[in-house]
Design a protein around this ligand. Structure first.
Ligand code: ATP
Length: 207
């Protein structure tokens, strides 16, 4: 089973890293691929270049076994639609269960994603929830795919929806960018080598 964790990672922080590690252990995954998006379809353009976001990801996962950076969204042209990413991963791993991890905030907007129903043709979707989170299942499409047992994910290569509680640290990339812009110290919210990189390249400064 492989796990996919998409995002802008502008910059990567301990909220991302902690939840990636937790689900890697819970689901017994051999690897988790962090996939930075090129042009996020749902957001304004990131403040940083794609190459810089990749370099920060690489700094963050140095010596972290089983975490890897996958640049396929940046390497291809056009908008970063997750359905295209999953389809290309499926070609590479025809028989392997693929787990797409998304935050509950992202799940709330899932039906606005490009060809969102087709995501389930290529992978399972695991929604990472906070303790006490009530799953907002309002749609038969989701109810039909909902799985209560983690083992079902290993028995199928794709097609299931699963909710997994994880510890969520209240850290966001936008809060970090604002701190840096306000010349506050973001230490302990993200890895030191990433902070050094941000300083060196003078990222997130106000103009
Ligand atoms: P921004 O603040 O710029 O919106 P972000 O911190 O939310 O950024 P993204 O790169 O947009 O980071 O998020 C990538 C994925 O990581 C999303 O699925 C998001 O739900 C999840 N995520 C973001 N922050 C956390 C966190 N603190 N804990 C767990 N998951 C997170």
């Amino acid at each position: 089973m492989i796990g996919i964790f998409g995002g802008t990672f502008d910059p990567i922080h301990y909220g991302h890293l902690r939840s990636a590690l937790e689900v890697k252990v819970i689901f017994g995954l051999k690897e988790i691929r962090l996939i930075p998006s090129a042009q996020p379809p749902h957001r304004q353009l990131p403040a940083t270049t794609a190459l810089m976001r990749v370099e920060m990801l690489n700094l963050a996962i140095t010596n972290q076994q089983g975490l890897l950076v996958d640049t396929r969204e940046i390497d291809r042209d056009g908008p970063s639609y997750m359905v295209d990413t999953l389809s290309s991963l499926r070609q590479e791993f025809p028989n392997e269960p693929i787990l797409l991890f998304i935050g509950s905030d992202a799940f709330n907007h899932l039906t606005t994603w490009h060809k969102w129903q087709q995501l389930f043709d290529y992978s399972h979707i695991v929604v990472m929830t906070r303790p006490g989170f009530d799953s907002p299942i309002y749609d038969d499409f989701f109810t039909d795919r909902l799985s209560e047992h983690r083992t079902e994910l290993a028995q199928n290569t794709a097609g299931k929806l699963y909710f997994q509680q994880v510890i969520q640290l209240d850290i966001s990339a936008s809060a970090i960018r604002n701190m840096v812009a306000d010349q506050q110290d973001p230490r302990f919210l993200l890895p030191d080598p990433v902070i050094a990189y941000i300083k060196h390249h003078q990222l997130y400064k106000r103009h």
